[in-house]
Structures are given as structure tokens and as C-alpha cells.
Design a protein around this ligand. Sequence first.
Ligand code: ADP
Length: 492
Amino acid sequence: MINTNFTAQLSNTHLLKNQAYIGGEWSDNKKLAMMNVLNPATNKVIGQVPSLEKKHIQKAIKAAKAAQVGWRKTPATQRSIILRKMASLLIKHKQDLALIMTIEQGKSLLEAEAEITYSASFLNWFAEEARRIYGDTIPSPLADRKIIITKEPIGVVAAITPWNFPSAMIARKLGAAIAAGCSILVKPAPQTPFSALVYGKIAELAGLPKGVLSILTGDAITIGGEFSSSNIIRKISFTGSTEVGKLLIKQSASTVKRLSLELGGNAPFIVFSDASIDDAVIGAIQSKYRNSGQTCVCANRIYVHAKIYDEFIKKYIKKVAALKVGNGTDKGVDIGPMIDEAAILKVENQINDAIQKGGEVLLGGSRHELGLNFFSPTILTGANHSMLLANEETFGPLSPIFKFETEEEVIKLANDTNFGLAAYFYARDVGLIWRVSEALEYGMIGVNTGSISTAEAPFGGIKQSGIGREGSKYGLDDYLEIKYMCLAGIDQ
Ligand code: ADP
């Protein structure tokens, strides 16, 4: 079932599917248990998708294995053409796809459109990279032989994706897999299956051979269990919480899988005394409030130098207070609803904990007057490292501000976490910029910017924020195996 209010808003409904895509076939939903999908702006059911059983997952795995035989031999130029077609279909239907995303995820239409463009950029990037999967020859220590290195697709890959970027997190994995010559099974987040199922339809339209891609909706534990225990699946690429990432590492031990994990973050955002305060305010808002604060690279802790503290706060409050909260489909909305009640409770818990430990709420601090899943953009000063917000990922529109005096002190504080995904800082002194970039224990550093993601750059973290990189020339390596061929006897 798909609610008619939902379909009525689209100019073209052929990309909106409520069937799972199993080995190139759309599921027969009459025989399946179904799960509700809600609009987080209204809490109303917008449709249902199947909750697949083990046998369906196994069928998709078998189909992926069968498709793998021909797909890995398909010339890179051909794989590239299909990826490009998929990218152009995303762009062609951008408005409808953005609307589907906003209705199931909540983000503003503007952000949803930007995400579709971002998704297409991964497909185009990997379409180009597919043709550059180069090998090596290595001088041999023995005269009778050659050492030759080739790169081969790893094989069947499984992807488990989150709801916060329901399209781009799939594109980043699927683009790399298809470019490398792998088949891929995608399990999207239960909150946002419609943006995921779109990929089944555009793959069909672009001529991707059946079985190379499956989109499997249903219970996370059932599907995750089948993925982890399968000997056919050679790799799992996961984006989500550190907790589930750790579980997948454990579960995949018995089949020794390659794992790419993009897990939680707790990004520091540092404003040094020589920074442009106006630029830092804009960067902090971009980094903190995008997607209502629900991104793994969101600024989680804002450190401001004592000298410019008052000025920064004054300017920051003014700009944050002007952000418009509302349904993502309404014009001019900056901040949509949070994904659900549990997400709100986590933010509230962090705010209450911070207040008990000396924090002061300067703006917001509570649910928005619109009710439901809407939360007011919040600024809290007097933050310190005994607070939960310094140790946990917030994933909501809360800016805690910490005051600091020295470079040494702020670096120590910034690194005082088990996370290591993104970090940001604003400064002009070139020596300081270099020293701080080196000292920050993070996979990605934004200097004088709050927005760093792009298909050309390697996205990923260190410490408990993950393993591996996505996007960029490095992103393809995670889908390739190195094969060493020793060719001897050439002197005979
Ligand atoms: P979040 O809390 O942001 O939803 P999760 O890590 O729980 O983050 O979810 C990310 C993805 O992982 C989703 O697709 C979710 O369904 C899936 N997931 C959750 N639990 C498991 C599990 N035990 N095994 C496999 N996948 C899981």
C-alpha cells in the first residue's frame, strides 16, 4: 500500500515502488508481511513495504552469486555507461525523488534535492573510476620470472544503510560496487525504504543485469544475520551506529568478511582567536543544523577561544534563532522534524544532563511548538567534558559551546573521545593550521569550512568511527582484491 496523498504529490510515480527488489524481480506483496513507513513530520503512515523472510534473502544472495559470473567479465566501459545512465535518471527525476525523501525522512526539500545531486555525483564519479582499475608490474629478484598484480572485484557485497542520507549512502556503496564489478545487496533503514527502492527501478531502466542489485526491506536482525553468516557474501559495507558496527564485526568473524564501517562521530568545531567570526558562524550552522543535526559529521562540540567568545555567541544566537522549523515540504523551512521520538528523547536527555552539570540554555532547549517530532534549535553554554554531550553522539539540533584559552588545551579536549570521524576548525595562522590539522585524531579535517563531503574526497573515520574510506579513488579499493601472479619460466 502507498497512501494516495503521497503519490498525488509526485509528478511521475513510476519510481515510487513498495515492493522489494529481489534478484531483478519485484516482490509479490500479497504473500508477505508488511511494515509501515511514517512521515516524521506528521507521524502518519505513508505506505508499507515488505518484511522479507530468510528465504527471500537467500534467494537474493543466490541471484547475486549467479549474476557475478557475467558481471565481473563485463568490460569496465559498459559498467561505466550503466552507472552514468543511473546518475542521469536521478537528475532527471530529482524533484520527485527529493519529495519522496522529504516525505519519508523529514529534511527540507532543498536539502533533499541537494542529496539527490550528491548521490548522482557518486554514480558519475565511480563511472569514471571504473575505467581506471589499474594493476602493477613489479621488478622481480629472479631473472626467469615476472611479478604481475591485477585487481579483481571482491565478489558479492552487502550494504546496510541508515535513514539520515537515505539515497546518498546507497549511491556511495552501490556506485563503487557496480564500478568494481561486484554484485550488491542493499538493506535500507526501515524508516526510509522508498528512497532506496528507487535504485531498483533506475537500475532496471538503465539496463543493469538482473541479480547484480537487490534491495531488501525487512527486519534488521534477520537480514543482518543472513548477510553476516553467508559464505557467498565477501564483504559488508555498513553505515550506522558504532554499536551495530561492533555487532557486525562480531557476527562476521565466522565467515572472515571484509568490512567497511562508517560509524558514529562526535565532531569538535574549534574557533581560534584569529578566525573570521562571521565565517565561523556560517560554518558552524552548516555543520550543526543540516538535516536537523542528524549527520555523523555534524559539529557535536563547539570550542570558542575566550577572546572572541562573547562576540561569537552574540552572532551565532542571532543566526540560529532565525532558522525556520517546519515540515520539510513547506517553503523556506531550514529545519525539518527529527526522525522519531527516540531521537528527541536522546537530545532532551543530553540537555537535562548538561543543565545539571552547570550548562545554561541560551536558545531553544525544548520541543518546538509544532509538536510531534519537531525540536527547537538549541544553544547551550558552559559545556564541559563531564557532560554526556561531550562523550556521546548527539544527532540533533543542539550546539554546546565550550570556552578555551590555549591551543594545547583545546587539542586535548578535541581528541578526548573514542570517535574520530570529522573535525573542523577556523583559524588564519598557517603554522597553527598545520599543527592543529596534524594533532587532531580524525579521518577528515575541515579548515575554515563546515562542509567537507564530496565524491572526490575519501570519507571515513579512525578510532571507533570506522574502518575504510568511501568515495574518491580510495573508495574503490574496498571493493577490490589484489591478485599476485608469479609468471615463471619465461627464459625457457
Ligand atoms: P540508527 O540508530 O541511526 O538507526 P543503526 O545503526 O541502528 O543506526 O541503523 C543503521 C542501519 O543498520 C539500519 O539499516 C538498521 O536497520 C541496521 N541495523 C540495525 N540493527 C542491526 C543489526 N542487528 N544487524 C544488521 N543491521 C542492523
